[in-house]
Ligand binder design. Structure first.
Ligand code: HEM
Length: 472
């Protein structure tokens, strides 16, 4: 099996970089200014070295260039927690338009709106992803997790390469066996997407996601979006006449599903167009699929690599919440968000002309040692991280701060609570099922020394091979 590092090396040969791989946590020496300040070469951002070992580079930026003017990529990188937080709250000064190639695939979404327009869109369905409505749906999230995990016996019997039984030990690849599809199934239910169309939906979702990067797959992403829109066009009228509902496990209606809400909603007296409804659906699934997949994978990888913390979670279920938030601080599945400054500004002595692209690096905020001690250490018991309910206003009190993985301010992720629930409830059921679970290290990629596990870096874990004892 080709390792992670082999893949990177191939990219190297293609001429992507001249920077060497460094031991994790140590930056390539890019030279020093006469006053001793480390120099920073923006070509590093495009290298495999940066993708596997980003944190020492962000540290240089935070310490020496907190607003870094990157002339190569024509943008500014903002890397300190305090600055990013301030920009996120200032919706007027740092607006969210436009996001570039994602627009074509996701469509015209609230991600790209600001102010009143943005609030109107958010209010259309926001209440479905929080509070009582979400609480009542915990049993159905648990049911979906049990269904998927319950299918492992059949997968093993059918000779699946992702669930294999041998000598009383089961080996699973957590992504293919669970995490890749579980968040999509949950969101499909909350949306009220008809069961018979769910496998099409999964295909459209995958095609749209792989089309987001403006790459060769962009065309396929646009086609998938069109198919989704055609499908949605066919159900809008029916939902307006006959709304569909979400039910609790006893069959009592909880509320109308999100698609019905979108079909019935009016903005300034007009129904939303099919295009707008599709864009909302695409954003909800697009925002909630890959992100929560990454959260589940990273959580399991980090916990199993820190067995004493895993033990603490197994001994006290309350610790799942701590583990979820510390995982997102340590290794979130989203690197950051672009903003455009509406006015000419001066930040840390750097002049930023109005309309510039300013990249807010959430990854770096989460590793800012001005806020989090020993930020590279995964520690679910840290005393500087806030583990409670996420607030749009953020949280800072008694030396604890929220992590930045869900953003803060007006665009704070509306899926934060449901992704928390999916990850924690799904993980509890995984933990019940997988007795004496451990990482199957020989199937995992190695670091450059050929011995240590490959670092997570900027991407979330792709494949996580686990093994556990089968009950006899
Ligand atoms: C661990 C999982 C997740 C992470 C790390 C995450 C992260 C984020 C972040 C950082 C933003 C802010 C974007 C900005 O400031 O411009 C965001 C927005 C958003 N997320 Fe999530 N998300 C996750 C799960 C979900 C889920 C499960 C859903 C849907 C069910 C979702 C739906 C959205 C939507 C609709 C927005 C746009 C909000 C707005 O612009 O007002 N996300 N997410």
């Amino acid at each position: 099996m080709a390792s992670f590092i082999d893949d990177l090396a191939q990219e190297n040969e293609a001429g992507a970089t001249e920077f060497p791989f460094m031991p994790e946590g140590q930056a390539v020496d890019m030279g020093t200014a006469p006053d001793g300040t480390p120099l920073f070469d923006p070509r590093i951002f495009d290298t495999p070295e940066f993708f596997r070992n980003p944190y020492p580079y962000y540290r240089i930026l935070r310490d020496h260039y907190p607003v870094y003017h990157d002339k190569l990529h024509n943008c500014y990188w903002v890397t300190r927690y305090e600055d990013i937080s301030e920009c996120y709250f200032d919706d007027e000064g740092f607006n969210t338009i436009p996001k570039g190639s994602s627009s074509g695939v996701l469509g015209n979404t609230q991600l790209e709106l600001s102010g009143v327009e943005h609030r109107r869109r958010r209010n259309l369905y926001g209440q479905h992803l929080v509070g009582k409505s979400l609480q009542l749906r915990v049993p159905s999230i648990q049911r979906l997790a049990r269904e998927m995990i319950g299918a492992w016996d059949d997968m093993a019997a059918a000779g699946s390469e992702y669930v294999v039984d041998r000598d009383g030990v089961r080996t699973v690849e957590l992504g293919h066996a669970f995490a890749n599809e579980f968040p999509i199934r949950v969101v499909c239910e909350v949306l009220g997407f008809p069961k018979e169309a769910q496998s099409d939906f999964y295909y459209w979702y995958n095609s749209m996601m792989s089309g987001l990067g403006g790459s060769e797959t962009h065309k396929q992403g646009l086609e998938a979006r069109q198919h989704l829109e055609d499908y949605v066009a066919g159900i809008v009228e029916a939902r307006r006449k006959e709304p569909t509902f979400l039910y609790d496990e006893e069959g009592n209606p909880i509320s109308k599903d999100i698609i019905t809400k979108l079909c019935e909603s009016r903005v300034d007296g007009d129904y939303l167009s099919t295009e707008e409804i599709t864009s909302n659906i695409a954003l909800i699934v697009g925002g909630g699929g890959e992100t929560t997949r990454g959260a589940i994978m990273n959580l399991w990888c980090l916990l199993l690599r820190h067995p004493e913390q895993f033990e603490a979670v197994l001994n006290d279920e309350e610790n799942w919440d701590r583990a979820f938030h510390e995982m997102l601080r340590h290794s979130s599945s989203i690197g950051g968000q672009p903003r455009h400054n509406s006015f000419d500004i001066e930040m840390h002595g750097v002049h930023v002309p109005a309309g510039s692209l300013m990249n807010m690096v959430d990854f770096s905020a989460n590793h800012d040692e001005r806020i989090f001690k020993e930020p590279e250490r995964f520690n679910i018991f840290r005393d500087d991280l806030y583990y409670g309910k996420l607030l749009r206003s953020g949280y800072r009190s008694e030396g604890r701060c929220n992590h930045m993985a869900f953003g803060v301010g007006p665009h704070l992720c509306p899926g934060a609570w449901i992704s928390h629930q999916e990850t924690v409830e799904g993980s509890k059921i995984l933990a019940e099922t997988m007795r004496n679970v451990r990482i199957c290290e020989e199937r995992m990629p190695r670091d450059i020394d050929g011995v240590k596990p490959a670092p997570m870096g900027i991407i979330s874990v792709r494949d996580l091979w686990l093994e556990f004892d089968l009950e006899r």
